[in-house]
Design a binder for this molecule. Structure first.
Ligand code: ATP
Ligand code: K
Ligand code: MG
Length: 672
């Protein structure tokens, strides 16, 4: 079984695997260590990852980027309107979610964000399988800390559709933190003051700062703050806008009227931005950008920094917020670790360093730290892998409240309660107690919608508690519900049961119990050893289960199964198209190879008549290939190869016999 970590980035996705010797980042089919997070559609197949990137400029309307930022969002969300600035395909409504409308197999089609992510993840799965030569199922994937329940569920659904089992959705900075901590041998012991690390991730689209306490074998996230719209793509956009004006003035062209020109300028600006990280100035040259106009330009680092000043101004905000929430001062931070591609921008580094008044650390690979952390997490969670355990405690990003209808007979009952505060440890289970006579519903929602990204719905789920009957003695049933924010940061009411107040015998030494876990305060009424000292206490004894019907934002099982089947058939279609293309190329190569052989190693082994016949066949096949055979099936290409092979068979046999005779002659000489 394989152990895989995936940093699913807005721009690039990095895959790391745990092997016996440690964690490695793997390369994709074109030997890159990061794969473009893109999905494209064509007349015959989909383009996933690298091929989507290759086709992008000529296929803008059918290429979807920023996949993860669309997951679980709705079209009307102002955040999604911002995404449309960066996504070249048209974003549309697709059920309750945003999706993209593209042309695929010659037809207009809509795919939801969940389906689009699933397509990309199935490519991730293939890439990992090709490298590992093993089936891949278990993964840990990174996610921005600011993702809400509905966004996380969308990613979980996508993984399932792609045939992957998500062992943990892990916040980006937490994953990086795990990678940082697990290799440190000098972390403070349990009684010592923890090592306090600020982990800062600035990627293509967003910026996160977490304050994390490390001790031997464990990390605990103390606070996390984000700027959802702060990353490399915003810097690219600032440069594009700059050149847009310059080109208007100098070259009289308006690139905003030409999507292809916009993308080409953006690509050049991204390169230019990277050059500026190491140089004081950088040039830009694009041939025939539009209207046959060649453009050129030059920008200095100082000019670039002036362009991004409004953003640089915001650079300490997430750090200040995280410190405030952790109730720490910047002086309390021992180490400041930076990850994410955008932290290479010198002005950003300078501002952050100035703020802390302390040297920054870049001890992790900025592009690979998060994927590596995810692979470590997967190794820890996977039953088949032995790795030093390292406990990871994260926190809830937003407060969660439950609400319910008032029961007429319970006068003072509140109708809502914030059960998980912002900053509550995660994972975490809480037991909710209700006194009820009949089935009832409760609803979970984010308590402070104003904290949520864009217009994400605060609704998380509705849970119907069944099987509730009044107890004849007390006139109500004591219902206990287990609410859990799980390892993925997703909320569920996992189970329910009812209890009765009873006097029970209890061991005296049990008195202290585990007060932290409310379940430990209840017993199932099991028999006690008669020799131990006991006393009578009033306890709630579990009597039976209460079934719960959950209405959450995940896809239901039939929808997931249908989506998985659809994904599978599209993947098979893609494979068939790829195999067909491969056979076509093989036929073409075989024609050239056979021509050469007839002139060289076969020249003396066949008479002119034989050779002419085969040559005629080769020419005929070649002509066919460039005309009628342009778009044939895999079977036909294979048949054409076989036809030629059959004609050339006798000559190949003679060649083989000749080579074999020579070999034997050499051997005989050696033996003599
Ligand atoms: P996100 O974390 O926002 O979802 P991501 O994980 O795909 O996105 P990263 O791979 O961390 O993002 O970073 C990519 C960004 O870093 C791009 O905008 C890229 O241009 C920028 N970047 C990479 N190298 C450099 C460099 N040398 N100088 C400046 N920027 C760089
Ligand atoms: K990345
Ligand atoms: Mg990232």
């Amino acid at each position: 079984m394989s152990v895989v970590g995936v940093d699913f980035g807005t721009l690039n996705t990095v895959i790391a695997v745990a092997r016996n010797r440690g964690v490695d980042v793997i390369t994709n089919e074109v030997s890159n260590r990061a794969t473009p997070s893109l999905v494209g559609f064509g007349p015959k197949a989909r383009y996933l990852g690298e091929t989507a990137k290759t086709q992008e400029i000529s296929n803008l309307k059918n290429t979807v980027s920023c996949l993860k930022r669309l997951a679980g969002r709705s079209l009307k969300d102002p955040d999604v309107q911002i995404e449309q600035q960066y996504v070249s395909a048209a974003l549309v409504e697709c059920g309750a979610q945003v999706g993209a409308e593209i042309s695929y197999l010659g037809k207009k089609e809509k795919f939801s964000a969940t389906e689009l992510v699933a397509m990309f993840l199935s490519k991730v799965k293939q890439t990992a399988q090709a490298e590992l030569r093993l089936p891949v199922s278990d993964i840990v994937m990174s996610v921005p800390a600011w993702f809400t329940d509905v966004q996380r569920r969308s990613l979980m659904d996508a993984a399932e559709i792609a045939g992957l089992k998500m062992l943990r959705l892990m916040n980006d900075t937490t994953a990086a933190a795990l990678g940082w901590g697990i290799t440190k041998l000098d972390l403070p012991g349990p009684e010592e003051k923890p090592r306090r690390v600020a982990i800062i991730d600035i990627g293509h689209s967003d910026y996160t700062c977490s304050i994390i306490d490390f001790k031997k074998g464990e990390l605990a996230v103390k606070a996390t703050a984000c700027d959802r719209h702060f990353g490399g793509r915003d810097f690219n956009l600032a440069l594009v806008k700059h050149f847009e004006k310059e080109f208007k003035a100098r070259f009289k062209i308006d690139i905003t009227t030409n999507p292809k020109a916009m993308v080409r300028v953006e690509t050049s600006c991204e390169k230019l931005k990277k050059i500026l990280s190491a140089n004081q100035q950088a040039p830009l040259n694009i041939e025939s950008l539009m209207n046959d106009v060649d453009v050129n330009g030059m920008i200095t680092r100082q000019e670039f920094e002036a362009l991004i000043e409004p953003m640089l101004h915001r650079v300490t905000a997430p750090i200040e917020q995280a410190l405030a929430e952790a109730k720490l001062a910047k002086e309390d931070i021992d180490v400041i670790e930076l990850v994410g591609g955008c932290t290479r921008v010198p002005a950003l580094k300078d501002r952050i360093q100035e703020y802390f008044g302390k040297q920054l650390s870049f001890t992790m690979n900025q592009d690979e730290a998060i994927a590596r952390g995810c692979a470590f997490s997967c190794a820890i969670l996977s039953p088949v892998f032995k790795v030093r355990d390292f406990a990871v405690q994260d926190i809830c990003s937003y407060p969660i409240e439950f609400s319910w209808e008032k029961d007429q007979d319970i006068p003072d009952e509140d109708t809502s309660l914030t059960v998980f505060q912002k900053g509550n440890v995660l994972p975490s289970t809480k037991i909710l107690t209700f006194y009820r006579k009949q089935a009832f519903d409760l609803e979970a929602r984010y308590a402070k919608p104003e904290l949520l990204p864009g217009k994400v719905q605060p609704f998380i789920g509705r849970f119907s508690v069944k099987g509730v009957k009044a107890d004849p003695k007390t006139e109500f049933m004591i219902c206990k519900l287990k609410a859990r924010v799980n390892i993925h940061g997703v909320l569920n009411v996992e189970s329910g049961y009812y209890v009765e107040d009873q006097e029970v015998e209890e061991e005296v030494k049990d008195e202290e119990g585990d007060k932290k876990d409310p379940e430990a305060m209840e017993t199932d009424g099991e028999k006690k050893d008669p020799k131990t000292k006991t006393r009578k206490v009033k306890k709630q004894v579990r009597k039976g289960d209460l079934p719960i019907v959950a209405g959450v934002t995940s896809l239901d099982q039939p929808a997931l199964a249908a989506a998985a089947e659809k994904e599978n058939s599209m993947a098979m279609e893609d494979k068939l198209v790829a195999d067909t293309e491969e056979k076509k190329n093989e036929l073409e190569a075989y024609i050239y190879e056979m021509r050469n052989k007839l002139d060289e190693q076969y020249a003396e082994l066949a008479n002119d008549d034989e050779k002419d016949k085969i040559r005629a066949k080769l020419t005929e096949t070649e002509d066919w290939l460039y005309e009628d055979g342009e778009d044939a099936t895999k079977a036909i290409y294979v048949a054409k190869i076989d036809e030629i092979r059959a004609m050339a068979g006798p000559i190949a046999q003679r060649h083989f016999d000749k080579v074999e005779a020579e070999r034997q002659a050499v051997q005989a000489k050696l033996d003599a």
